[in-house]
Design a protein. Structure first.
Ligand code: 2P0
Length: 328
């Protein structure tokens, strides 16, 4: 194995889950409690350069031009240890990462971040992993990163150990016209991280077992909807799945929610649009921003409707994006 003698650059897009991951079976290996399914988004991505250098005595992590403190870079350095173990090397690395997400959109995600880091660091360390193994490696950084290795519609197979928990593509270049309208309702950092929130749900929500059985059924339904290009089935099931996930936060002890007043307003506006005959469905992750799944032909009209309420800059239209790319 030969480590690269120049920085390796990887680009990975973020993704939005239609069937959510919310809870781990194994907190170290990040083995989830259920299968999940997402769309990779073209507008939002992370680009990361990594070089392992014999001259370095410690890992150096630069994020959007700022050198991170030891505390802030802990997850990245822990991840680099996995790569060093895998490659059998001991060198420290220089990591330079940039998020390409519209200013303060609050959509930056550990998904694109750890996927890009997995791609750049593994190749810089001399490993030449296939995409399945890259998704397993990305998983050790963050669960949602597992899916960002692939483009279009992607599934993350739950599995039961490190070897069997990985992502695979369902439809990398969808031939039907799907779009996601992202509403930036706040760019504020969330109070309860996904990691803490999902652990609370597993440990305290009396609804957790119902979530697992419902989400496994949703996974099958959304897969069928993709195969049949059945937009309404895809949208309806995704919206139901999102609300089932958020019911876990409401039923955790202590209870909490990622909704704010604007999230609820936006969800009601989506329902109004449906009553007007425009098929569109909402989903939300571990924060107040709402994403609207729609057909490409309706995207601009839907975006305008929300721009009137929330402002032009707060509404972004995005489409299915590609999987990871890594320089030589
Ligand atoms: C998902 N989310 O499926 C779900 C839906 C947010 C809501 O995966 O602890 O940052 O690093 O594995 O992946 C966000 O959680 O959590 C997430 P870790 P992650 O996209």
């Amino acid at each position: 194995m030969v480590i690269a003698n120049h920085p390796i650059i990887a680009k990975a897009h973020t993704n939005i889950a239609l069937v959510k991951y919310w809870g781990k079976l194994d907190n170290q290996l990040i083995i989830p409690q259920n299968d999940s399914l997402s769309i990779t988004l073209d507008e939002f991505y992370t680009q990361t350069a990594v070089e392992f250098l014999p001259s370095l005595t410690a890992d150096e992590v630069i994020f959007d031009g700022q050198v991170l403190s030891d505390q802030a870079s802990l997850r990245v350095r822990t991840f680099l240890n996995h790569v060093r173990d895998l490659a059998g090397i001991d060198y420290r690395a220089k990591v330079d990462t940039k998020n390409f997400v519209p200013t303060a959109a609050g959509l930056a995600s550990s998904a694109s971040g750890f996927a890009a880091l997995a791609g750049a660091a593994s190749r810089a360390a001399g490993l030449n992993l296939n995409r399945r193994d890259l998704s397993r490696l990305a998983r050790l950084g963050s669960g949602s990163a597992t899916r960002s290795i692939f483009g279009g519609f992607v599934a993350w197979q739950q599995g039961h150990d490190d070897a069997t928990s990985f992502a695979y593509p369902i439809d990398e270049q969808p031939t039907w016209d799907i779009a996601v309208v992202a509403l930036v309702l706040t760019a504020k950092q969330k109070k309860i991280s996904s990691r803490v929130g999902m652990r609370l749900a597993v440990e305290t929500s009396p609804f957790y077992s119902a979530w697992i059985s419902a989400s496994q059924a949703d996974f099958k339904t959304v897969k069928t909807a993709i195969q049949n290009q059945d937009f309404e089935l895809l949208g309806h099931t995704s919206e139901q799945n999102a609300m089932r996930m958020h019911a876990l936060t409401l039923s955790s002890d202590p209870n909490f929610t990622y909704f704010n007043a604007d999230s609820i307003k936006a969800m009601n506006m989506v329902k109004d649009l449906r009553l007007q005959g425009i098929p569109c469905y909402f989903t939300m992750d571990a924060g107040p921003n709402v994403k609207i799944i729609c057909q490409g032909a309706d995207a601009e009209r839907i975006a305008q409707y929300f721009q009137t309420e929330f402002g032009e800059e707060q509404v972004l239209v995005t489409r299915p994006g590609s999987g990871i790319s890594i320089s030589d």
